[in-house]
Design a protein around this ligand. Sequence first.
Ligand SMILES: Cc1cc2nc3c(=O)[nH]c(=O)nc-3n(C[C@H](O)[C@H](O)[C@H](O)COP(=O)(O)OP(=O)(O)OC[C@H]3O[C@@H](n4cnc5c(N)ncnc54)[C@H](O)[C@@H]3O)c2cc1C
Length: 448
Amino acid sequence: MKATGNKKKTRPTEIKNSPEAHKEKLEELAVDGQIPKAVAYPTTNEEACNLLREADSTGKKVSIRGGGTKQRIGNSIEGLDLVISTHKLNQILEYEPADLTLCVQAGANLAQVQSELAKHGQFLPIASPLSANATVGGAIASNSSGPTRLQYGAARDWLIGVRFALADGTLAKGGGRVVKNVAGFDMMKLMIGSMGTLAMLLELNLKLLPLPKARATALIPFSAEHEACEAALRIIDKGIFPTAETVLDSKGAEALGLDARTILLIEVRNTTQAVERQMREIQQLVWQLSGAKVERINDEDSQSKLWSPVTDFAYRAAVNAPNTFVIKIGVVPTQVAMLIRQAHQSAKMNNIQVECMAHAGHGIMYVVGNYPEKEEESALKAIKEIIAKAESNSGSAIIEQAPPALKAQFKDIWGNALSRTELRLMREIKKKLDPNRTLNPGRFVNSI
Ligand SMILES: Cc1cc2nc3c(=O)[nH]c(=O)nc-3n(C[C@H](O)[C@H](O)[C@H](O)COP(=O)(O)OP(=O)(O)OC[C@H]3O[C@@H](n4cnc5c(N)ncnc54)[C@H](O)[C@@H]3O)c2cc1C
Protein backbone atom coordinates (compact mmCIF):
# COMPACT_ATOMS: atom_id res chain seq x y z
CA MET A 1 0.00 0.00 0.00
CA LYS A 2 1.28 3.48 -0.88
CA ALA A 3 1.46 6.42 1.57
CA THR A 4 -2.01 7.77 2.03
CA GLY A 5 -1.00 11.39 1.56
CA ASN A 6 -3.68 12.67 3.92
CA LYS A 7 -3.11 14.04 7.41
CA LYS A 8 -5.21 11.43 9.21
CA LYS A 9 -3.17 9.61 11.85
CA THR A 10 -3.05 5.85 11.69
CA ARG A 11 -4.34 4.00 14.74
CA PRO A 12 -1.80 2.61 17.21
CA THR A 13 -0.52 -0.71 15.95
CA GLU A 14 0.62 -3.46 18.22
CA ILE A 15 3.85 -5.07 17.10
CA LYS A 16 3.68 -8.66 18.23
CA ASN A 17 6.97 -9.92 19.56
CA SER A 18 7.59 -13.63 19.93
CA PRO A 19 5.18 -14.99 22.56
CA GLU A 20 7.95 -16.93 24.27
CA ALA A 21 10.16 -13.91 24.71
CA HIS A 22 8.52 -12.72 27.93
CA LYS A 23 8.94 -16.14 29.50
CA GLU A 24 12.71 -15.91 29.47
CA LYS A 25 14.55 -17.65 32.25
CA LEU A 26 16.75 -15.47 34.40
CA GLU A 27 19.86 -17.34 33.12
CA GLU A 28 18.96 -16.25 29.60
CA LEU A 29 19.02 -12.63 30.73
CA ALA A 30 22.53 -12.80 32.18
CA VAL A 31 24.85 -9.94 31.35
CA ASP A 32 28.38 -11.25 30.81
CA GLY A 33 27.66 -14.22 33.06
CA GLN A 34 25.91 -12.22 35.82
CA ILE A 35 22.41 -13.58 36.32
CA PRO A 36 19.84 -10.98 37.41
CA LYS A 37 17.82 -11.59 40.57
CA ALA A 38 14.60 -10.52 38.84
CA VAL A 39 13.08 -9.39 35.57
CA ALA A 40 10.21 -6.93 35.03
CA TYR A 41 8.06 -6.28 31.97
CA PRO A 42 6.44 -2.83 32.35
CA THR A 43 3.42 -2.21 30.12
CA THR A 44 3.26 1.59 30.52
CA ASN A 45 5.68 4.50 30.93
CA GLU A 46 4.40 4.95 34.48
CA GLU A 47 5.17 1.35 35.39
CA ALA A 48 8.68 1.73 33.96
CA CYS A 49 9.21 4.94 35.98
CA ASN A 50 7.93 3.28 39.17
CA LEU A 51 10.21 0.28 38.72
CA LEU A 52 13.21 2.56 38.24
CA ARG A 53 12.26 4.79 41.17
CA GLU A 54 11.97 1.81 43.49
CA ALA A 55 15.26 0.28 42.29
CA ASP A 56 17.12 3.58 42.51
CA SER A 57 15.92 4.35 46.02
CA THR A 58 16.85 0.89 47.30
CA GLY A 59 20.31 0.69 45.73
CA LYS A 60 19.43 -1.94 43.13
CA LYS A 61 21.48 -2.22 39.94
CA VAL A 62 19.42 -2.33 36.74
CA SER A 63 20.03 -3.29 33.14
CA ILE A 64 17.54 -2.33 30.43
CA ARG A 65 16.89 -5.00 27.83
CA GLY A 66 15.39 -4.70 24.35
CA GLY A 67 15.88 -7.66 22.02
CA GLY A 68 19.12 -8.60 23.79
CA THR A 69 21.08 -8.65 20.52
CA LYS A 70 23.81 -6.28 21.80
CA GLN A 71 23.78 -7.35 25.42
CA ARG A 72 27.37 -8.58 25.14
CA ILE A 73 28.77 -5.10 24.48
CA GLY A 74 30.41 -3.38 27.44
CA ASN A 75 32.79 -3.68 30.36
CA SER A 76 31.78 -5.97 33.23
CA ILE A 77 28.62 -4.80 34.97
CA GLU A 78 29.15 -3.84 38.64
CA GLY A 79 26.04 -5.64 39.82
CA LEU A 80 22.74 -6.88 38.43
CA ASP A 81 19.62 -7.00 40.58
CA LEU A 82 16.96 -6.31 38.00
CA VAL A 83 16.50 -6.52 34.24
CA ILE A 84 13.76 -4.22 32.93
CA SER A 85 12.58 -5.50 29.57
CA THR A 86 10.90 -3.29 26.97
CA HIS A 87 9.16 -6.36 25.57
CA LYS A 88 5.66 -5.14 26.42
CA LEU A 89 6.30 -1.56 25.33
CA ASN A 90 6.03 -2.55 21.70
CA GLN A 91 3.46 -0.43 19.88
CA ILE A 92 3.52 2.04 17.05
CA LEU A 93 1.85 4.98 18.80
CA GLU A 94 1.51 7.32 15.87
CA TYR A 95 2.36 6.99 12.21
CA GLU A 96 1.72 9.71 9.70
CA PRO A 97 2.78 8.50 6.26
CA ALA A 98 2.20 11.91 4.70
CA ASP A 99 4.59 13.53 7.19
CA LEU A 100 7.17 10.71 6.98
CA THR A 101 7.29 10.51 10.77
CA LEU A 102 6.71 7.73 13.27
CA CYS A 103 6.28 7.56 17.04
CA VAL A 104 7.05 4.10 18.37
CA GLN A 105 7.58 2.50 21.75
CA ALA A 106 11.15 1.45 22.49
CA GLY A 107 10.44 -2.29 22.62
CA ALA A 108 8.90 -2.52 19.14
CA ASN A 109 10.64 -5.09 16.99
CA LEU A 110 12.66 -3.38 14.25
CA ALA A 111 11.88 -5.85 11.45
CA GLN A 112 8.16 -5.75 12.24
CA VAL A 113 8.14 -1.95 12.31
CA GLN A 114 9.81 -2.02 8.88
CA SER A 115 7.17 -4.35 7.52
CA GLU A 116 4.37 -2.06 8.83
CA LEU A 117 6.06 0.91 7.16
CA ALA A 118 6.57 -1.01 3.91
CA LYS A 119 2.76 -1.27 3.61
CA HIS A 120 2.87 2.51 3.07
CA GLY A 121 5.92 2.40 0.77
CA GLN A 122 8.22 3.76 3.48
CA PHE A 123 11.07 2.60 5.69
CA LEU A 124 13.22 3.57 8.65
CA PRO A 125 16.78 3.85 7.30
CA ILE A 126 18.40 2.04 10.23
CA ALA A 127 20.10 -1.24 9.28
CA SER A 128 20.72 -2.75 12.69
CA PRO A 129 22.24 -6.23 12.92
CA LEU A 130 19.83 -9.05 13.81
CA SER A 131 16.85 -6.82 13.02
CA ALA A 132 14.55 -9.84 13.38
CA ASN A 133 15.23 -9.66 17.13
CA ALA A 134 16.47 -6.09 17.66
CA THR A 135 14.19 -3.37 19.04
CA VAL A 136 13.96 0.23 17.87
CA GLY A 137 14.99 1.42 21.37
CA GLY A 138 18.04 -0.83 21.38
CA ALA A 139 19.08 0.42 17.94
CA ILE A 140 18.92 4.03 19.20
CA ALA A 141 20.58 3.25 22.56
CA SER A 142 23.50 1.70 20.68
CA ASN A 143 23.44 4.13 17.74
CA SER A 144 23.30 1.14 15.51
CA SER A 145 24.17 1.11 11.83
CA GLY A 146 24.98 -1.28 9.03
CA PRO A 147 26.26 -1.25 5.45
CA THR A 148 23.72 1.40 4.34
CA ARG A 149 25.24 3.97 6.71
CA LEU A 150 27.15 5.23 3.66
CA GLN A 151 23.96 6.74 2.26
CA TYR A 152 21.69 7.05 5.28
CA GLY A 153 23.98 7.73 8.23
CA ALA A 154 23.45 6.13 11.64
CA ALA A 155 20.47 5.86 13.99
CA ARG A 156 21.27 9.34 15.32
CA ASP A 157 20.37 10.86 11.97
CA TRP A 158 16.77 9.64 12.12
CA LEU A 159 15.72 10.42 15.67
CA ILE A 160 13.78 13.67 16.16
CA GLY A 161 12.40 13.14 19.63
CA VAL A 162 12.60 10.82 22.60
CA ARG A 163 10.70 10.18 25.84
CA PHE A 164 12.72 8.50 28.55
CA ALA A 165 12.74 7.60 32.24
CA LEU A 166 15.68 8.73 34.32
CA ALA A 167 17.13 6.42 36.97
CA ASP A 168 15.12 8.18 39.73
CA GLY A 169 11.87 7.55 37.86
CA THR A 170 11.48 11.04 36.37
CA LEU A 171 9.74 10.96 33.01
CA ALA A 172 11.49 13.34 30.62
CA LYS A 173 11.64 14.15 26.93
CA GLY A 174 13.93 15.66 24.34
CA GLY A 175 13.14 16.90 20.83
CA GLY A 176 9.59 16.47 19.58
CA ARG A 177 7.40 15.03 16.89
CA VAL A 178 8.32 17.42 14.11
CA VAL A 179 11.49 17.55 12.09
CA LYS A 180 12.24 21.10 13.22
CA ASN A 181 12.77 21.67 16.91
CA VAL A 182 14.23 24.87 18.23
CA ALA A 183 13.82 25.14 22.00
CA GLY A 184 16.42 24.07 24.54
CA PHE A 185 19.63 22.04 24.49
CA ASP A 186 19.46 19.05 22.15
CA MET A 187 19.19 16.61 25.08
CA MET A 188 17.90 13.95 22.75
CA LYS A 189 21.36 13.49 21.26
CA LEU A 190 22.69 12.54 24.69
CA MET A 191 20.50 9.45 24.68
CA ILE A 192 21.73 8.19 21.31
CA GLY A 193 24.44 5.59 21.88
CA SER A 194 24.20 5.93 25.67
CA MET A 195 23.94 2.11 25.93
CA GLY A 196 21.38 2.10 28.73
CA THR A 197 23.63 4.00 31.13
CA LEU A 198 21.74 7.32 31.36
CA ALA A 199 18.04 6.49 31.07
CA MET A 200 15.48 3.97 29.89
CA LEU A 201 14.25 5.00 26.44
CA LEU A 202 10.46 4.67 26.22
CA GLU A 203 9.22 6.35 23.04
CA LEU A 204 11.08 7.38 19.92
CA ASN A 205 10.01 9.84 17.24
CA LEU A 206 11.71 9.07 13.97
CA LYS A 207 12.00 10.40 10.46
CA LEU A 208 11.25 8.02 7.60
CA LEU A 209 12.05 7.76 3.89
CA PRO A 210 10.07 6.51 0.91
CA LEU A 211 11.27 3.07 -0.23
CA PRO A 212 13.61 3.44 -3.19
CA LYS A 213 12.12 2.83 -6.63
CA ALA A 214 14.96 0.53 -7.68
CA ARG A 215 17.84 -1.32 -6.11
CA ALA A 216 20.74 -3.35 -7.51
CA THR A 217 23.86 -5.00 -6.10
CA ALA A 218 27.23 -5.60 -7.72
CA LEU A 219 29.37 -8.50 -6.50
CA ILE A 220 32.98 -8.09 -7.58
CA PRO A 221 35.85 -10.51 -6.86
CA PHE A 222 39.38 -9.19 -6.28
CA SER A 223 42.69 -10.91 -5.67
CA ALA A 224 43.54 -8.77 -2.62
CA GLU A 225 41.80 -6.58 -0.05
CA HIS A 226 43.71 -3.41 -0.97
CA GLU A 227 42.49 -3.68 -4.57
CA ALA A 228 38.88 -4.03 -3.42
CA CYS A 229 39.23 -1.04 -1.04
CA GLU A 230 40.88 1.05 -3.78
CA ALA A 231 38.02 0.29 -6.18
CA ALA A 232 35.47 1.25 -3.48
CA LEU A 233 37.15 4.65 -3.01
CA ARG A 234 37.54 5.30 -6.75
CA ILE A 235 33.82 4.69 -7.26
CA ILE A 236 32.99 7.41 -4.71
CA ASP A 237 35.67 9.70 -6.20
CA LYS A 238 33.98 9.38 -9.55
CA GLY A 239 30.79 10.86 -8.14
CA ILE A 240 28.84 7.61 -8.03
CA PHE A 241 27.22 7.52 -4.62
CA PRO A 242 26.35 3.96 -3.61
CA THR A 243 24.12 3.05 -0.67
CA ALA A 244 26.66 0.52 0.59
CA GLU A 245 30.19 -0.60 -0.21
CA THR A 246 31.45 -3.58 1.76
CA VAL A 247 34.68 -5.56 1.45
CA LEU A 248 34.84 -9.14 2.73
CA ASP A 249 38.24 -10.78 2.98
CA SER A 250 38.43 -14.35 1.68
CA LYS A 251 37.78 -15.86 5.14
CA GLY A 252 34.88 -13.52 5.72
CA ALA A 253 33.40 -14.33 2.30
CA GLU A 254 33.77 -18.04 3.00
CA ALA A 255 32.11 -17.66 6.40
CA LEU A 256 29.07 -16.16 4.66
CA GLY A 257 28.91 -19.02 2.16
CA LEU A 258 30.38 -17.04 -0.75
CA ASP A 259 33.46 -18.03 -2.78
CA ALA A 260 36.61 -17.95 -0.68
CA ARG A 261 38.11 -14.82 -2.28
CA THR A 262 38.12 -11.10 -1.55
CA ILE A 263 34.75 -9.65 -2.51
CA LEU A 264 33.50 -6.09 -2.89
CA LEU A 265 29.74 -5.72 -2.63
CA ILE A 266 28.17 -2.49 -3.85
CA GLU A 267 24.53 -1.60 -3.47
CA VAL A 268 22.85 1.22 -5.34
CA ARG A 269 19.35 2.52 -4.58
CA ASN A 270 17.64 5.19 -6.64
CA THR A 271 15.24 5.63 -9.54
CA THR A 272 15.43 2.86 -12.13
CA GLN A 273 17.26 5.14 -14.56
CA ALA A 274 19.81 6.30 -11.99
CA VAL A 275 20.47 2.75 -10.79
CA GLU A 276 21.10 1.65 -14.40
CA ARG A 277 23.52 4.52 -15.01
CA GLN A 278 25.40 3.96 -11.76
CA MET A 279 25.73 0.20 -12.32
CA ARG A 280 27.04 0.85 -15.83
CA GLU A 281 29.63 3.30 -14.48
CA ILE A 282 30.67 0.86 -11.75
CA GLN A 283 31.16 -1.92 -14.31
CA GLN A 284 33.26 0.32 -16.54
CA LEU A 285 35.42 1.59 -13.71
CA VAL A 286 36.05 -1.86 -12.24
CA TRP A 287 36.94 -3.18 -15.68
CA GLN A 288 39.50 -0.39 -16.14
CA LEU A 289 40.95 -0.89 -12.66
CA SER A 290 41.28 -4.65 -12.47
CA GLY A 291 39.53 -6.35 -15.37
CA ALA A 292 37.27 -8.06 -12.82
CA LYS A 293 33.87 -9.27 -13.92
CA VAL A 294 30.97 -7.65 -12.08
CA GLU A 295 28.14 -9.99 -11.16
CA ARG A 296 24.93 -8.01 -10.98
CA ILE A 297 22.07 -9.02 -8.69
CA ASN A 298 18.68 -7.43 -9.30
CA ASP A 299 15.91 -9.36 -7.61
CA GLU A 300 14.91 -8.22 -4.13
CA ASP A 301 15.02 -11.64 -2.53
CA SER A 302 18.56 -12.48 -3.66
CA GLN A 303 19.79 -9.04 -2.57
CA SER A 304 18.23 -9.39 0.88
CA LYS A 305 19.75 -12.87 1.24
CA LEU A 306 23.15 -11.40 0.37
CA TRP A 307 23.06 -8.24 2.51
CA SER A 308 21.34 -9.64 5.57
CA PRO A 309 24.28 -11.87 6.67
CA VAL A 310 26.67 -9.02 5.85
CA THR A 311 24.74 -6.75 8.23
CA ASP A 312 24.79 -9.53 10.86
CA PHE A 313 28.45 -10.45 10.18
CA ALA A 314 29.73 -9.68 13.69
CA TYR A 315 26.59 -11.04 15.39
CA ARG A 316 25.92 -14.28 13.55
CA ALA A 317 25.56 -17.48 15.58
CA ALA A 318 29.16 -18.62 15.05
CA VAL A 319 30.39 -15.43 16.69
CA ASN A 320 28.71 -16.41 19.95
CA ALA A 321 30.95 -19.47 20.17
CA PRO A 322 33.53 -19.65 22.96
CA ASN A 323 37.05 -18.51 22.04
CA THR A 324 35.72 -15.87 19.65
CA PHE A 325 36.08 -12.09 19.78
CA VAL A 326 34.90 -9.16 17.69
CA ILE A 327 36.75 -5.87 17.31
CA LYS A 328 34.85 -2.93 15.81
CA ILE A 329 37.10 -0.32 14.24
CA GLY A 330 36.31 3.15 12.92
CA VAL A 331 38.93 4.72 10.65
CA VAL A 332 38.98 7.07 7.69
CA PRO A 333 38.16 5.06 4.57
CA THR A 334 41.68 5.39 3.12
CA GLN A 335 43.06 3.43 6.13
CA VAL A 336 40.73 0.44 5.84
CA ALA A 337 42.98 -1.70 3.62
CA MET A 338 45.97 -1.09 5.91
CA LEU A 339 43.92 -2.11 8.99
CA ILE A 340 42.77 -5.33 7.30
CA ARG A 341 46.42 -6.11 6.51
CA GLN A 342 47.38 -5.37 10.12
CA ALA A 343 44.65 -7.67 11.43
CA HIS A 344 45.95 -10.51 9.27
CA GLN A 345 49.58 -9.88 10.29
CA SER A 346 48.72 -9.82 14.00
CA ALA A 347 46.63 -12.97 13.63
CA LYS A 348 49.43 -14.81 11.84
CA MET A 349 52.08 -13.77 14.35
CA ASN A 350 49.89 -14.95 17.23
CA ASN A 351 48.65 -18.12 15.62
CA ILE A 352 44.96 -17.22 15.57
CA GLN A 353 42.35 -16.91 12.79
CA VAL A 354 40.62 -13.69 11.75
CA GLU A 355 37.87 -12.77 9.29
CA CYS A 356 37.37 -9.15 8.25
CA MET A 357 34.37 -7.27 6.95
CA ALA A 358 34.84 -3.59 6.16
CA HIS A 359 32.38 -0.93 5.05
CA ALA A 360 35.01 0.54 2.80
CA GLY A 361 33.01 3.64 1.92
CA HIS A 362 32.47 4.86 5.50
CA GLY A 363 35.37 3.26 7.37
CA ILE A 364 33.65 1.03 9.92
CA MET A 365 35.07 -2.48 9.97
CA TYR A 366 34.81 -5.65 12.03
CA VAL A 367 37.51 -8.20 12.80
CA VAL A 368 36.14 -11.51 14.03
CA GLY A 369 38.83 -13.65 15.65
CA ASN A 370 38.93 -17.29 16.70
CA TYR A 371 41.61 -18.64 19.00
CA PRO A 372 42.42 -22.16 20.18
CA GLU A 373 41.19 -23.12 23.63
CA LYS A 374 43.48 -21.94 26.45
CA GLU A 375 45.24 -19.56 24.00
CA GLU A 376 43.76 -16.42 25.51
CA GLU A 377 47.25 -14.93 25.74
CA SER A 378 47.63 -15.07 21.93
CA ALA A 379 44.20 -13.52 21.39
CA LEU A 380 45.05 -10.81 23.90
CA LYS A 381 48.26 -9.89 22.07
CA ALA A 382 46.59 -9.83 18.66
CA ILE A 383 43.70 -7.69 19.91
CA LYS A 384 46.09 -5.19 21.52
CA GLU A 385 48.13 -4.89 18.32
CA ILE A 386 45.08 -4.35 16.12
CA ILE A 387 43.60 -1.73 18.48
CA ALA A 388 46.96 0.08 18.80
CA LYS A 389 47.28 0.27 15.01
CA ALA A 390 43.78 1.73 14.62
CA GLU A 391 44.33 4.29 17.39
CA SER A 392 47.78 5.32 16.11
CA ASN A 393 46.08 6.15 12.81
CA SER A 394 43.55 8.49 14.41
CA GLY A 395 40.90 5.81 14.49
CA SER A 396 39.02 4.15 17.30
CA ALA A 397 38.56 0.50 18.18
CA ILE A 398 36.45 -1.35 20.71
CA ILE A 399 36.22 -5.00 21.70
CA GLU A 400 32.59 -5.40 20.81
CA GLN A 401 32.32 -9.03 21.91
CA ALA A 402 34.58 -11.42 23.78
CA PRO A 403 34.20 -14.09 26.46
CA PRO A 404 34.06 -12.41 29.91
CA ALA A 405 37.41 -13.96 30.93
CA LEU A 406 39.15 -12.36 27.94
CA LYS A 407 37.36 -9.03 28.43
CA ALA A 408 38.47 -8.97 32.04
CA GLN A 409 42.07 -8.66 30.89
CA PHE A 410 41.37 -5.24 29.39
CA LYS A 411 41.05 -2.11 31.47
CA ASP A 412 38.45 -0.76 29.09
CA ILE A 413 36.90 -2.61 26.15
CA TRP A 414 35.93 0.80 24.71
CA GLY A 415 39.57 1.52 23.81
CA ASN A 416 41.68 4.58 24.52
CA ALA A 417 40.54 7.04 21.88
CA LEU A 418 38.90 9.51 24.30
CA SER A 419 40.83 12.32 25.97
CA ARG A 420 40.83 12.91 29.74
CA THR A 421 38.60 15.94 29.26
CA GLU A 422 36.06 13.94 27.27
CA LEU A 423 36.04 11.22 29.93
CA ARG A 424 35.63 13.76 32.72
CA LEU A 425 32.65 15.33 30.93
CA MET A 426 31.06 11.90 30.50
CA ARG A 427 31.54 11.03 34.16
CA GLU A 428 29.93 14.35 35.14
CA ILE A 429 26.94 13.67 32.89
CA LYS A 430 26.51 10.19 34.38
CA LYS A 431 26.75 11.66 37.89
CA LYS A 432 24.08 14.22 37.10
CA LEU A 433 21.58 11.87 35.45
CA ASP A 434 22.25 8.68 37.40
CA PRO A 435 23.96 9.69 40.67
CA ASN A 436 23.35 6.34 42.39
CA ARG A 437 24.86 4.39 39.48
CA THR A 438 21.67 2.41 39.01
CA LEU A 439 21.71 1.96 35.24
CA ASN A 440 24.18 -0.49 33.66
CA PRO A 441 26.90 0.56 36.14
CA GLY A 442 30.45 0.02 34.90
CA ARG A 443 29.47 -1.03 31.37
CA PHE A 444 30.29 2.09 29.40
CA VAL A 445 33.49 3.98 28.55
CA ASN A 446 36.00 4.20 31.42
CA SER A 447 33.66 1.95 33.45
CA ILE A 448 31.07 4.73 33.69
C1 LIG B 1 12.11 32.75 12.88
C2 LIG B 1 13.35 32.00 12.43
C3 LIG B 1 13.20 30.94 11.56
C4 LIG B 1 14.32 30.24 11.11
N1 LIG B 1 14.15 29.20 10.28
C5 LIG B 1 15.20 28.48 9.87
C6 LIG B 1 15.06 27.35 9.04
O1 LIG B 1 13.97 27.00 8.65
N2 LIG B 1 16.15 26.65 8.69
C7 LIG B 1 17.38 27.04 9.10
O2 LIG B 1 18.36 26.37 8.78
N3 LIG B 1 17.56 28.11 9.87
C8 LIG B 1 16.51 28.84 10.27
N4 LIG B 1 16.68 29.93 11.04
C9 LIG B 1 18.04 30.35 11.32
C10 LIG B 1 18.66 29.60 12.44
O3 LIG B 1 17.74 29.30 13.42
C11 LIG B 1 19.83 30.39 13.07
O4 LIG B 1 19.53 31.74 13.07
C12 LIG B 1 21.09 30.21 12.33
O5 LIG B 1 21.33 28.84 12.14
C13 LIG B 1 22.22 30.83 13.14
O6 LIG B 1 23.44 30.75 12.37
P1 LIG B 1 24.60 31.86 12.52
O7 LIG B 1 25.83 31.27 11.89
O8 LIG B 1 24.15 33.19 12.05
O9 LIG B 1 24.85 31.89 14.08
P2 LIG B 1 24.99 33.13 15.05
O10 LIG B 1 23.73 33.95 15.01
O11 LIG B 1 26.27 33.79 14.81
O12 LIG B 1 25.04 32.36 16.42
C14 LIG B 1 23.94 31.67 16.94
C15 LIG B 1 24.19 31.36 18.41
O13 LIG B 1 25.25 30.41 18.53
C16 LIG B 1 26.33 30.96 19.29
N5 LIG B 1 27.53 30.54 18.54
C17 LIG B 1 27.91 30.91 17.29
N6 LIG B 1 29.01 30.28 16.93
C18 LIG B 1 29.38 29.52 17.96
C19 LIG B 1 30.44 28.62 18.21
N7 LIG B 1 31.38 28.38 17.29
N8 LIG B 1 30.50 27.98 19.42
C20 LIG B 1 29.56 28.21 20.38
N9 LIG B 1 28.52 29.04 20.20
C21 LIG B 1 28.43 29.67 19.00
C22 LIG B 1 26.10 32.45 19.34
O14 LIG B 1 26.58 33.01 20.52
C23 LIG B 1 24.59 32.53 19.26
O15 LIG B 1 24.01 32.37 20.54
C24 LIG B 1 15.59 30.65 11.52
C25 LIG B 1 15.73 31.74 12.38
C26 LIG B 1 14.63 32.41 12.84
C27 LIG B 1 14.82 33.59 13.77
